[in-house]
Design a protein around this ligand. Sequence first.
Ligand code: SF4
Ligand code: SF4
Length: 220
Amino acid sequence: MMREYGRAHDFRLPRLCCFVENVPMSQSLSVADPPHGTPTLMQEVALRTPGNSRLEMCIQCGTCGGSCPSASAMDHTPRAIFAMLRAGMREEVLRSNTPWMCVSCYYCTVRCPQQIHITDVMYTLKNMALEAGIVPDRTASDFSQIFIRYVKSFGRSFEIGLAGIQNLVHPRLARRLPAMLPVAVGMLLKRGMSPLPPRRIRGLADLRKIIQHAKELEAA
Ligand code: SF4
Ligand code: SF4
């Protein structure tokens, strides 16, 4: 699937035409425009992404996919996802595992020649997929939610608990535990990580207020 969208003749040509003909991008690339007045899928994603994502400025150069350490595990590269957004392929985008394979390293974001906030867009797509109830595989979303629960409870992450619960919820992951044992032992012995739950941070109440406020802003 990833290869299919990686071909040079897919959605790239209309994107580049706007430079050749000096046509404003919003006019030249309306591949799947909905009825007048309704935001396109791309506009909807841009609106839901905090700040100015610059999403509509993508020139399909592929730098993001070429830079991404997770690209080989993704159904589609970030570049392909943006082409699919432009084409209005809502279900295909939300079913793609791409946002869930994103590890938020921001490498694509710092390398994008158009300064598009790619990592932030990946978070928007995760939220949209959760809302639509079409998350392709709950492994990553469950991991995120367990992580958030620890942050809300203690004000910080608790890696040992996170790994333990994740393996209980997804037993198939436990097959990899023997291979991960040396890493876990190294974290405990060399990095001084405690196997016990962490102490709550000072100002936890304030942190919870910040999280709550962020949720309210997101829902507004
Ligand atoms: S690096 Fe930026 S401009 Fe290039 S394809 Fe990715 S998002 Fe688009
Ligand atoms: S932030 Fe996500 S999409 Fe971008 S390079 Fe890192 S893993 Fe890939």
